[in-house]
Ligand binder design. Structure first.
Ligand code: SF4
Length: 264
């Protein structure tokens, strides 16, 4: 037992050191760290949308054609201001899908989710705790276009805002289609907004994380829920390094589930 505890402590300190080194290496673009997913989101304070889809009897969408539909989508106002739709990235055979709130400045410019400092930190966490690369998992957001405070200025920094319930409702079916096509064993929700939207639990992330839940939408029929593990958004770790230990514990739970198929 003592030996196991010593090993766990060694792993944790190696992980924290790796993240600290990573943070030191990350480029500072000359602007303040952008709160990609500020927990104090107006969307979280407003009524949450009901799950967008129930059991869909159609065959799962082809991901490439779905990506094309998203690229052309103008179902909500975000589609008119975005520079790029941000569909998702990673393996279509992934066992785990990481879901954030929505694209920010960097993501809008590159058309890829979780780039910039919080994306680099997510990559580092995947590598150090799970031994995985970004291409081994799948990463997506609840909404696929950049929610901006001022849609007239997509080139401005500090222009991010959380998505509204209407925008979430409009975009949510795309995420469920992605999940139906990938058929992952589990989802990791990153941050309060993604967690509240996907699980419908109206509590802060610090109270919800560290536990497994069942995804409330029956994508694969009754009795086959996708497991959901909420954790902090990497941007929250950039703001508060005290959250690293909890995140490490969450990722160890995920690693155990991916390796054994069992919830510990
Ligand atoms: S956020 Fe989603 S629903 Fe709205 S325009 Fe973009 S892809 Fe369409």
């Amino acid at each position: 037992m003592k030996r196991e505890l010593a090993e766990a402590a060694r792993d944790l300190s190696a992980y924290i050191k790796a993240l600290d080194e990573n943070l030191a290496e990350l480029p500072h673009p000359g602007v303040k760290v952008r709160p990609v997913s500020a927990p104090a989101a107006p969307a979280a304070e407003r009524p949450l949308p009901v799950p967008a889809t129930t059991m869909n009897k159609q065959p799962p969408a082809d991901m490439d054609s779905l990506a094309l539909r998203v690229k052309k989508c103008r179902k909500c106002q975000l589609g008119h201001a975005r520079l790029n739709a941000v569909f998702g990235v990673g393996s279509y055979n992934a066992k785990v899908v990481f879901v954030g709130e929505g694209p920010g400045f960097q993501e809008d410019h590159k058309g890829e989710p979780f780039v910039g400092r919080s994306g680099q930190l997510l990559d580092k966490i995947l590598e150090t705790v799970l031994g995985l690369k970004r291409s081994d998992v799948y990463i997506a957001n609840i909404v696929k276009c950049h929610p901006m405070k001022n849609p007239e200025t997509p080139e401005a920094h500090g222009n991010d805002r959380p998505p509204t319930p209407e925008e979430i409702s409009a975009c949510r079916p795309y995420l469920d289609e992605q999940l139906r096509a990938i058929k992952p064993a589990c989802i990791v929700t990153l941050g309060s907004v993604a967690t509240k939207v996907l699980l419908g639990i109206d509590k802060g992330i610090s109270l919800v994380r560290g536990h497994w839940y069942d995804y409330p939408v029956e994508l694969f029929g009754p009795g086959h829920p996708i497991k959901v593990l909420p954790t902090y958004h990497p941007a929250a770790l950039l703001r508060n390094s005290n959250l690293k230990r909890d995140t490490w514990e969450d990722m160890k739970m995920l690693k155990s589930f991916l390796e054994t198929g069992k919830i510990s």
